[in-house]
Design a protein around this ligand. Structure first.
Ligand code: SF4
Length: 434
């Protein structure tokens, strides 16, 4: 029998985590490059069989997931089988990251039965964590931004974020994954349903123009015809408070991108995954954006047509601002794609009527409505709120909008997932059975 190799790092790819994975893989690829006795595997299916085989060949097998809360239910069986495999292979270690692990570290360890939860900042956290696990360089208490179980306690280590986001590539050459280029991380708004600002304690950072230039250039040379970006608010680049647009900085960004791709690639900003807030859809911003971008869609996060509910959920803008943003976007030649969330906590019949009024206006102006159902997410003020339900008053309007081809979205499926999440977040039973 051949001697066991050092370590295998297995990364689970799912349909939903491809973009995140490109960033995680770039960190891991750099790690295994500097420590050649570790080998990296990306697995899309048959994870349990693959891990089982690797556990025979390698001294340590680290299995890594990046999780979003709505996903966990479809992966429970897989988690359970991996946990069972551990009974016969104590060299397997299960690590979870992503917004779910950050929002619910305790549950990730005690109810999904992971060994370690990574809570943020993979760039600084993952290499330190791997050094401790694989090379015994220090102990877990010294690794920032993680949670693990010690005796009967859950230990959460110190919070640490880097003032400048470390410059790992946004892509994995080896696996052919080219993610949208991150230009902004974190958010200083406080929408009560959203995990993003809470992941980084309401801090916001922007990628440097050098970073953006380097990777746009790289993507262009690799033949990518469309350059996409990742940002909680695509028009907020450079805004120190995240609340006031900085058209000058946005223009420098777009000019940099334009130069990097020699004006020959399509630049997409303001559509997934760089949607915008309505209070950033201003004339001085659009004057700049239209000079550079190719997308004709503009995705605007609105969530409800009720001023009362906009205040309640902490959006920080009113519905009048939405009507203005829509009119302005159309004037500049965009088709607005408007995100709305049905069944938000405390939504009243009056709120619903206001939202229906907005939806009718949007449809009449040629906008597309992207409907969502409210899903309570861990780590947000609404984590224990009741799951969203589509009120019967919405149904005929949604049906009519669908017939008019003015409606998109997974609100029906999300209504069911919201129930599952609510049940999970309001109980303490393990989801993964050993
Ligand atoms: S929904 Fe958008 S604006 Fe609101 S907190 Fe989340 S990322 Fe920020």
């Amino acid at each position: 029998m051949c001697p066991r190799l050092d370590s295998a790092i297995v990364v689970r790819m799912t349909d939903l985590n491809r973009y995140t994975l490109a960033y995680v893989l770039s960190i891991l690829e750099s790690y295994v490059f500097s420590r050649p006795r570790s080998v990296l595997f990306v697995v899309r299916e048959d994870v349990v069989q693959v891990v089982s085989k690797l556990a025979e060949e390698y001294r340590t097998v680290i299995v890594m997931y990046s999780l979003m809360t709505p996903q966990i239910f479809e992966l429970v069986r897989e988690f359970t089988e991996l946990r069972r495999l551990r009974k016969t292979h104590d060299n397997i270690l299960l690590v979870a990251g992503g917004p779910h692990a950050a929002g619910d570290p305790r549950g990730t360890l005690t109810r999904l039965k992971f060994d370690i939860a990574v809570l943020r900042e993979g760039e600084i956290t993952i290499p330190k964590l791997l050094d401790v696990i694989l090379y015994r360089a220090g102990d877990l208490h010294e690794v920032p931004n993680i949670a693990f179980i010690e005796g009967n306690d859950v230990v959460i280590t110190r919070f640490e974020i880097c003032s400048n986001i470390l410059s790992f590539p946004p892509c994995s050459e080896r696996h052919g994954l080219y993610a949208p280029i991150e230009i902004m991380r974190g958010c200083r708004h406080a929408c009560k349903y959203c995990q993003t600002p809470r992941l980084y304690n309401f801090r916001v950072r922007y990628r440097s123009l050098d970073y953006v230039y380097t990777w746009v250039r790289h993507y262009f040379r690799r033949g990518l015809k469309i350059i996409r970006f990742l940002a909680p608010n695509g028009f907020a680049y450079g805004s120190p408070d995240c609340k006031t647009p900085r058209p000058d900085k946005l223009e420098r960004l777009l000019k940099t991108v334009h130069e990097a791709c020699e004006g020959k690639a399509s630049i997409n900003l303001g559509v997934f995954p760089s949607e915008v807030r309505p209070d950033f859809v201003k004339r001085e911003v659009l004057d700049i954006v239209v000079k550079y971008v190719s997308n004709r869609r503009l995705a605007i996060g609105v969530q409800t047509g009720s001023n009362r509910l906009l205040r309640e959920i902490g959006r920080g803008h009113d519905v009048e601002c939405v009507y203005e943003a829509v009119d302005l976007a159309i004037e500049y030649g965009f088709v607005p794609y408007i995100d709305l969330i049905f069944g938000l906590p405390g939504e009243t019949e009056e709120d619903i009527e206001e939202t229906i009024k907005l939806m009718r206006y949007l449809a009449q102006r040629g906008c597309i409505i992207r409907g969502h159902t409210f899903m309570p997410l861990p780590g947000t003020p609404y984590e224990k709120a009741p799951p969203g339900k589509i009120h019967p008053k919405y149904i005929p309007v949604l049906e009519e909008l669908a017939r008019m081809r003015r409606l998109e979205g997974y609100w029906r499926e999300q209504e069911e997932i919201a129930q599952l999440i609510h049940r999970y977040l309001t109980s303490s039973d393990p989801l993964v059975q050993e």
